[in-house]
Design a binder for this molecule. Structure first.
Ligand code: NAD
Length: 384
């Protein structure tokens, strides 16, 4: 929705042009932060706050951009709305090397947070390049952050596997809708970090067979089932899962063609695309990573009958955990909320997709937009 002011200029259209398309949901606010004295360059995008103050991570990387920040903020609007959280979407980025010493990182993060002290529409969370300690600095500086250290009342979501837990429930409920169970189901997982390892752990505990795993340096396959804890040890020792002797090693990207029932991307964006989509053999793709499949490859898979469980529905465990932490909830209450919300949403999009004969992603977007529009309708200014 564009608005033209009395001088005739269309500021919202300018912003929409900046981001390449007309976005009726936002962004509400784009704030650039620049402090040459400490070498700070950052951006905050508050996308939409109809449902409540935005929650979204602070990303630190050398190649971040305003555009990336906007896309991530917009994705958070959809993820938070779909998860039924009383929060809108936002994201912030600092352009810097995340591997810098903590003392230097602290200066940048405190400097960034202090400039944004009065941006009550935004609650900081961790993301790539930031962690619980960083959120502790933000909380100390301005009082508004989730993903805090346990000593400050935080719930260590990556240690407990919040996102993997949500993914596990989405997969389980999808199989149950088809009258199947996890027992003996073959699973391949790309990425063996916080999301990949924990989803493996929850699935294996419920009878699934993890037949292949990859990380940035390699991959391993064993159709009889991999020992996921042994792989974790190898991974934690600084080696690649491909260095394990538990199965056949293979080139990292060969994981896509491994015979399996469920394929879980839990690493990078755009890993399945038009040029490799035909290699996939699985019946279900459960998106742990954000945007791991290009739009056209996802459509190809849908047309082939592959069930593609959309990222912003099934990988919302981390943000649900953060929102529950913000309410001072216990880890048990947070995990109950993850299970209940992700299971209910997965059922809802499977049902919508079937009833309306539309791809699961279209059903997920409908679900999120219904909730965003309902929240917007309660606001005095309607738009946000
Ligand atoms: P992580 O850094 O803990 O683990 C990433 C893993 O991916 C590592 O094992 C790494 O070696 C591997 N990897 C990197 N590039 C790869 C490649 N090209 N091929 C195969 N493996 C590769 O990260 P994480 O927290 O597990 O997050 C994984 C993905 O899930 C990211 O896209 C992240 O944005 C998304 N995500 C994470 C959470 C969360 O709660 N941590 C929530 C939602 C979405």
């Amino acid at each position: 929705m564009s608005s033209t002011n009395t001088s005739g200029s269309d500021i919202h259209a300018d912003v929409s042009n900046l981001f390449g398309f007309d976005d009726p949901l936002g962004p509400l606010k784009v704030v650039h932060v620049h402090n040459p004295t400490i070498g700070l360059n950052g951006v905050l995008v508050v996308h939409n706050v109809a449902a409540g103050p935005a929650i979204g991570g602070l990303r630190m990387a050398t190649d971040v951009s305003t555009m990336e920040c906007y896309r991530l903020a917009r994705a958070m609007t959809y993820k938070n709305a779909a998860a039924g959280l009383p929060h809108g979407g936002g994201k912030s980025v600092i352009a810097a090397d995340p591997k810098m010493p903590d003392a230097e990182k602290e200066v940048l993060i405190r400097g960034f947070a202090s400039v944004l002290k009065h941006e009550q529409h935004y609650i900081f969370g961790p993301d790539m390049g930031t962690n619980e300690l960083c959120m502790g600095w933000v909380r100390d500086e301005i009082g508004r952050a989730v993903g805090l250290p346990a000593e400050l009342g935080g719930i260590p979501l990556d240690e407990l596997g919040a996102t993997g837990f949500g993914l596990y429930h989405a997969i389980k409920i999808t199989l149950e809708k088809e009258g199947r169970s996890l027992e003996g189901t073959r699973v391949a997982i790309q990425g063996y970090g916080a999301v990949g390892y924990h989803v493996a752990r929850y699935l294996a505990a419920d009878g699934a067979r993890i037949v292949a795993v990859s990380d940035v340096d390699g991959a391993i396959e064993n159709q009889d089932g991999l020992d996921i804890e042994a792989l974790r040890k190898v991974s934690r020792s600084g080696k690649s899962v491909g260095d394990s002797e538990d199965g056949e090693t293979m080139p990292r990207d060969a994981l896509l063609g491994v015979p399996c029932d469920i394929w879980i991307p839990a690493a990078r964006p755009d890993v399945i695309h038009d040029d490799n989509v035909d290699q996939l053999q699985a019946h279900i793709v459960a998106m742990g990573a954000n945007i791991p499949i290009t739009a056209s490859a996802e459509l190809t898979l849908h047309e082939r009958g592959v069930i593609c469980l959309p990222d912003f529905i099934v990988n919302a465990g981390g943000v649900i955990c953060g929102a529950m932490e913000y309410l001072d909830a216990s880890p048990t209450a947070a995990f109950d909320a993850i299970r209940d919300r992700i299971s209910a949403n997965t059922i809802e999009i499977l049902d919508r997709s079937k009833a309306e004969q539309i791809p699961l992603r279209a059903a997920a977007i409908e679900l999120a937009e219904d909730r965003i529009h309902a929240a917007m309708a309660t606001r005095r200014w309607r738009l946000h």
